[in-house]
Design a binder for this molecule. Structure first.
Ligand code: ADP
Ligand code: MG
Length: 297
């Protein structure tokens, strides 16, 4: 185990931001801390990075106690804060060098990290001129300069456009090869796309701790499809793995599927083979979304 939390609690006056959180993180895991705004995600992360020192409970980091060996542990933790503060007037490479100097690193792998995060072509640009996605890469590279064992990312993809999102997710995923990654998000799809395990936090309590693999196994999917003509529901129901079919409106159907296999191509083939055109098609992951809603509402 790389990280073991026992009954971690923190109050801000009357507000109980964390009410006794217990969990473990294993080496090489990418874990998603999922919860609505105000659930306690940032508070938990700030405790683990040593930003807060006043809190209840116990945290073990590779057999070291966070309260008594904070400085030694901080050397092993990389942190990308929620708003990723940078120096806009610095150049990308200059900034990374500056952070490395602050931490008194002898041979920081700046070029290697710029390559890994796709920043080589941007190294001589001023930070204020690069896009939000590239700023996130700079923050991520800065968090990795000291080769930490644990990487904590607080809402790393908030505010990115869809293309940037895909790139940053790929990058985070690749970190999981030799590091433990804890990332927070309020977006369910993010966890699905990125994580090995999900922790759902609600009002300062962990209400679910589960491997994504397990969740996906009993996951149900619904394909909403509109054709240009009527279809027999029985014909759609004969598609393998389809549980049931509902005719929701004229030519609109809901196809309920058991398991996580994407059956959209099969539905396309079905339409083609039956001389139908698809006017609309949408895939919904039922149980994950329902689970999240029922646990956090
Ligand atoms: P999240 O990151 O999940 O959105 P936070 O950890 O930031 O949630 O906040 C959890 C709760 O603690 C919220 O009710 C928030 O208002 C409160 N809180 C967080 N930080 C402070 C603070 N510095 N002072 C007072 N209350 C705070
Ligand atoms: Mg937060």
């Amino acid at each position: 185990m790389s990280l073991v939390l026992e009954n971690v609690a923190k109050n801000f006056g009357e507000v109980q931001a964390l009410k006794g959180v217990s969990l473990t993180l294993k080496k090489g895991e990418v874990v998603g801390l999922l919860g609505p705004n105000g659930a306690g995600k940032s508070t938990l992360m700030k405790i683990l990075t040593g930003y807060y020192t006043q809190w209840e409970g116990k945290v073990d980091f590779f057999e070291k106690d966070l309260k008594t060996e904070l400085r030694a542990i901080q050397k092993q933790v990389g942190y990308l804060t929620e708003n990723n503060p940078l120096y806009p007037e610095m150049y990308v490479k200059e900034y990374l060098q500056y952070v490395a100097d602050l931490y008194r690193l002898k041979n920081p792998p700046i070029d290697q990290l710029m390559e890994q995060t796709g920043l080589l072509d941007h190294q001589k640009k001023k930070i204020q001129t690069i896009s939000k996605g590239y700023k996130q890469r700079v923050g991520l590279a800065a968090a990795l300069l000291h080769d930490p064992k644990l990487v904590i990312l607080d809402e790393p993809t908030t505010g990115l456009d869809p293309n940037q999102l895909v790139e940053i997710r790929k990058l985070i995923r690749s970190l999981g090869k030799d590091k433990t990654v804890l990332l927070s998000t309020h977006i369910l799809q993010e966890v699905d796309a990125l994580c090995d395990r999900v922790l759902i936090i609600h009002k300062g309590e962990i209400v679910l701790d589960q491997a994504l693999e397990v969740l996906r196994k009993d996951q149900k999917q619904i394909i909403e499809v509109s054709f240009d003509y009527r279809v027999e529901t029985e014909a759609l129901a004969r598609i393998p793995k389809v549980e049931k079919v509902k005719n929701t409106h004229d030519f609109d159907y809901e196809i309920h599927i058991k398991g996580s296999e994407d059956l959209r191509p099969v539905v396309f083939d079905f339409a083609h083979d039956n001389g139908l055109k698809i006017l609309k098609l949408q895939l919904k992951n039922e149980s994950l979304e329902q689970l999240f809603n029922s646990l956090t509402s």
